[in-house]
Design a protein around this ligand. Sequence first.
Ligand code: NAP
Length: 230
Amino acid sequence: MLTVLVTGANRGVGRAMASAFAARGDRVLATCRNPADCDGVARLAEARGTVESYTLDVTDPAHAETLAEILADQAIDLLVCNAGALIGRGGLAAPDYDAKAFSTVLMTNVAGPFFTVRAFLPHLRRSGAGKVAVISSAMGSAARARGDAYIYRASKAAATNLAVNLAIELKGLGVAVGAYHPGWVRTDMGGAEAEVSPEESAAGLLARFDALTLERTGVFEDHLGRPISF
Ligand SMILES: NC(=O)c1ccc[n+]([C@@H]2O[C@H](COP(=O)([O-])OP(=O)(O)OC[C@H]3O[C@@H](n4cnc5c(N)ncnc54)[C@H](OP(=O)(O)O)[C@@H]3O)[C@@H](O)[C@H]2O)c1
């Protein structure tokens, strides 16, 4: 049984992953940013005895540090940095690209994993075989650029880069790190036309996390294990 912390577990891919971990008997620390709107996580905790719900807004380093203290002395085997935000899907002239949009998306998708990993590194080291999964996106791959969704694409390029740098720094500490594309998933972010259900994505991602080792640290691959170019 693993102890797994999932950020952004209230809905979408995060909720599906939390549910899949619980279904196979893992202990899940399912986190949600807004205590007033944590129904998804609360329902999971009610339904599955191995799910515990906690509050964590990944853009606020103090939140991660507070939760790290609440979980002091505990080991975390896998940290899944899943929380993500997408604002603006258009080209340069699209009206969505203001300073607040840049701040929200970059803070959530880039600073979020950074603050979360930093806060829980002692817990990951305590595991003896700790792993970090950064849920990035193929939209951050320069090879797949399409001249749109500027902030999101840039944020996910940075998230993948962050994961690769973390992989190098943390290898010597015994912590493996991977970056993952969950597929195009039918969630609020992916939309109803997307190709993959949250459950299929989660099943694939769990298999990829199981396959992550120190020898494979620094991978960037999708939920089916297909490598993605940076
Ligand atoms: N869906 C896709 O096709 C797709 C493709 C590639 C990559 N991804 C990535 O996969 C991950 C999950 O995406 P999704 O489709 O499940 O998105 P989603 O349906 O929009 O759900 C996003 C989740 O992130 C949480 N979140 C947002 N900002 C947060 C913050 N500051 N602190 C903590 N939690 C926060 C949300 O919480 P609230 O419920 O409080 O809003 C929600 O639980 C994201 O990183 C996304 O970029 C998705």
